[in-house]
Design a protein around this ligand. Sequence first.
Ligand code: UD1
Ligand code: CA
Length: 479
Amino acid sequence: MTYPLTTIILAAGKGTRMPSKNPKALQTVLGEAMLSHVYTVAKSISNEVYTVVGYKADMVKEHLLKNHGEEALQRTIFQEEQLGTGHAVQCAMKKIKEINSQENQKILILNADVPLISKELLIDFIKKSENLPLSFISLYLPDAKSYGRVVRKEFLSKAKHTPCTKHEENKGEVEKIIEAKDFNVLYPQSEIFEVNSGIYLVDAQLLYEFLPLLSSQNANHEYYITDIIGLAKERNISLEAFCFENAEALLGVNNPLELNEAEKTLQKAINTKLMANGVVLHNQESIFISPFAEISAGVEIYGPCEIYGNSKIAQYTSIESHCYIKNTQIGESCIVKSFCHFEDAIVGNNAKLGPYARLRPQAELADNVHLGNFVEIKKSKIGNASKVNHLSYIGDSLVGSGVNVGAGCITCNYDGKNKFQTIIEDNAFLGSNCAFVAPVTIGKNSLVAAGSTITKDIPENRLAIARERQVNLNKKNKG
Ligand code: UD1
Ligand code: CA
């Protein structure tokens, strides 16, 4: 169910504390960009999701289009200079006003770098905030780090703020949020452990009123969205910080250590849930599974292993260690031996694959297929019960059922400019070390002699030999 909400995801930042060729929003947690985690949750609860992009905007836009579709791309907002989270929201609201002039809109603001945020938590927050024009989520942290401090009445009313403030001393109504650097200047001997998660729910009207009032007179010389809390309070607008127990889901990711923590947290949650649902995980600490993957009860996985994207693995299939599987469907009762690498592929039931098999995009295997070591399949269909057991490359091909591909067979699909198709019909038997120069068709039940280079079509039921006949000559005697 979606709410009549407009969500803004702030994703324009560079991520200075995590240098990379990728903008921070595209750093991955369990194989998925942080932005994708947040976007997916946002989309599941709100009818309109806007993403503010800035640093390497083209990369982020391309990612949104590829992973979340045209609408996600259309609803990006460009923040040319990253002047702070307040400025990012200013850019967003300007565009939202142009497109959508509804006055009574509620705006949910999320950060792309809080990737573990869940649908349930946000729904809870939205319900709690029902009659409030402004609210946000806070959390308690034993180390408040660079988070904005939530400053309540009792803290402010104290003349002296030394020694360190305990939890109990930050009570009463929320007065404002003070960003870490500014807090440390204002209250050098003090500390507050209730911090801002960066998630706000606010009436559009209020934003239109307060956004022009933001100033950049602070330690970072940035426009902070957090200042709207103090501005609202000064104007007696009722507001609330809802402090959520589940702090782990609210942690921000600003550096590689925090990225690792987020990944470990999510990994533990996903693996625990899978095991509770009947998936057997051996060495589970080294198994990484995307939250978008579907693993059925009765599947057995041995770590280390990575299963990413919207992969699906059906019951009674076992995946041995050291496999990398992305956006791939695998049917029931398959055995995937160690060191396989699959991407954007489909596998039927009862397959035996690997060790060291590679499925590239658009590889489609029917039921009962066997692939052995060092076999690569690209953009090809392999029919029922066909076998490609050793050292082969099958690209741009249609392989029928009951076909046996001998060791070292290669489809020569590329002439340097164009790709061509190889068709191998049912029950063909290809001897070892053959080359098939595409486009070429191997007829049903035909046999190809080992070492052949096939350049012409082979009709059904033939034996094709395309190599020099062996001659055994007399050796010349020396001297
Ligand atoms: C922010 C909050 C802080 C809160 C913390 C929670 C502010 C000023 N501070 O701090 O109170 O405790 O999140 O994680 O909001 N971004 C833009 N445009 C910009 C600047 C940032 O889109 O000009 C985006 C970033 O890409 C990021 C998000 O806004 O996704 C937050 O920015 P970041 O710089 O990480 O803020 P924090 O210092 O973590
Ligand atoms: Ca952050």
